[in-house]
Write a protein of this length. Structure first.
Length: 322
């Protein structure tokens, strides 16, 4: 992290979608210390200084040209329709390529929604995992077969490159970045200020068009609420299905339809999230945190935190302890 507020520069291009353009300023602007100090400063630039056409019935005026990208700690590329992001053959237009050339090595780069097309066309996603809007995955895969596209997730954190699925998944990704930079407590405060959930379960598969279920269809909501209240117990798939009076097979199918992930994947994520809170905000030993989160052993918790966060429990506590 640099001294002073972390500098975020958002690149607006013709055809930009206003909602996605506003997400970084709103989320990062809400990330503050307990005494109200801003942790980020957000600037917006265009491929040229001045008016940028949006996909709505109004334009926006940006105060900076692409030279602002050279001074960014994080660059955010929000959605414009992919036809304005890349040429027909999947290459960058000259003005966008020149703008990307302004970004200094080591800068974190983030895309929201179809902003991933620009990153892929620049070669930044070659051989790496990425996400984009579910409606654009076929076109993306056709243009960029070298990218490891995941059509189901809300966002992907691959270290210095982060990509999100469509539209409001940019909110999820920006909150994740705040959480990664400054911890869960800051991210939760930012989420409350913006009146959004600090974390959404599942992936974008739950938002893909499907036939409307029958009106009397059961959901898995009660089982999920019960599970969150009993994370310290050794929960099984049979336990969860029984709470909804469903067979394991029916429950598993219904769960995946609703959340886009399996019950096991969801349960691990809930336990990881609980562990993060306890490691940040309590004096409990690592062994006790593992027990209260239902991991059973410290070794199990360590394995899951490394898989999810890339860090050990002790390392996470050292970084994010409030």
């Amino acid at each position: 992290m640099t001294a002073g507020p972390h500098r975020v520069v958002v690149l607006a291009r013709d055809g930009v979608i206003p909602f996605e353009l506003a997400i970084p300023a709103r989320i990062f602007g809400a990330a503050r210390t307990t005494d109200g100090r801003s942790l980020y400063e957000v600037h917006t630039c265009g491929l040229a200084r001045g008016t940028v056409r949006t996909d709505a019935d109004f334009d926006v005026v940006v105060p900076h040209g692409p030279e602002a990208l050279a001074h960014a700690d994080t660059v955010v590329v929000p959605a414009s329709y992919e036809t304005t992001s890349v040429s027909r053959d999947g290459t960058l237009p000259d003005d966008l390529a020149a703008a990307f050339a302004q970004i200094t090595p080591g800068t974190r780069i983030v895309s929201i929604c179809t902003g991933a097309f620009a990153l892929a066309a620049a070669g930044l996603l070659d051989g790496r995992p990425a996400a984009t809007h579910w409606r654009s995955v076929d076109r993306f895969a056709e243009l960029f077969p070298q990218v490891k596209l995941d059509p189901d997730v809300l966002f992907i954190d691959d270290g210095d490159i982060l990509t999100s699925a469509g539209v409001a998944a940019g909110v999820d990704l920006c909150l994740h970045i705040v959480r990664r930079d400054f911890g869960t407590a800051v991210a939760n405060r930012a989420a409350r200020r913006c009146v959004v959930p600090p974390w959404r379960d599942g992936g974008q598969a739950q938002y893909v068009d499907r036939p409307v279920p029958e009106p009397d269809a059961l959901t898995t909501a009660d089982a999920r609420s019960w599970a969150v209240a009993h994370l310290d117990e050794p929960l099984t798939l049979h336990d969860l299905a029984s709470r909804q009076s469903m067979s394991v097979r029916t429950f598993t199918r219904r769960f995946r339809q609703e959340l886009g992930v399996s019950p096991g994947q969801w349960l691990i994520q809930q336990r990881v999230d609980r562990a993060r809170h306890l490691l940040e905000d309590s004096d409990l030993t690592v062994d006790e945190v593992a027990r209260r989160c239902g991991f059973g052993t410290t070794a199990s918790m360590r394995q899951h935190l490394r898989a999810s966060l890339g860090v050990s429990p002790s390392g996470y506590r050292r970084t994010f302890r409030t």
